[in-house]
Design a protein around this ligand. Structure first.
Ligand code: CU
Length: 118
C-alpha cells in the first residue's frame, strides 16, 4: 500500500507540473502569430556592399556596382538606382565603397540608406 500511495503522489505531481507547463505556455500561440505576421511582410532590406560609380544629384540617381541584393533577389552588377534623398549622398564620392539598402518602390529601385563602408 505504501508503494501505491507514493505512486499516486508521483502521478499527481507530474500532472500538476504538466498543467503548470501548459499554463505557462498559454501566451506562446500569440507570439507565434506575431512571427507569422512579420513573415508576411516583405523581407527587410539588408545592407549591401557597393561601390559608387556615378552620382547624379540633379536626377536623384546613383550608379552603384553592387553585391547580391537578397531582398530584391538580384545578383551583383553595376546599375543605376534612384535615391530617396540626395542629402544621403553628402560626403560620398565616385569610387567610395559603401553599404546601402535598396528597396523596390513601384517599378523603380531606390536606395533608401547609404553609408561609407568601414
Ligand atoms: Cu542590380
Amino acid at each position: 500500500m505504501k508503494h501505491l500511495k507514493s505512486f499516486i503522489t508521483m502521478s499527481t505531481l507530474l500532472l500538476g507540473s504538466a498543467s503548470v507547463f501548459a499554463a505557462s505556455h498559454a501566451g506562446a500561440p500569440m507570439a507565434k502569430d506575431v512571427a507569422k505576421t512579420e513573415a508576411a511582410v516583405p523581407a527587410p532590406a539588408d545592407m549591401v556592399n557597393g561601390e559608387i560609380r556615378k552620382v547624379d544629384k540633379e536626377n536623384k540617381k546613383i550608379t552603384l556596382k553592387h553585391g547580391a541584393i537578397k531582398n530584391l533577389d538580384m545578383p551583383g552588377m553595376t546599375m543605376v538606382f534612384g535615391i530617396k534623398d540626395v542629402a544621403m549622398l553628402d560626403g560620398l564620392k565616385i569610387g567610395d565603397k559603401v553599404k546601402f539598402k535598396a528597396e523596390q518602390t513601384g517599378t523603380a529601385i531606390t536606395v533608401t540608406d547609404i553609408q561609407p563602408a568601414k
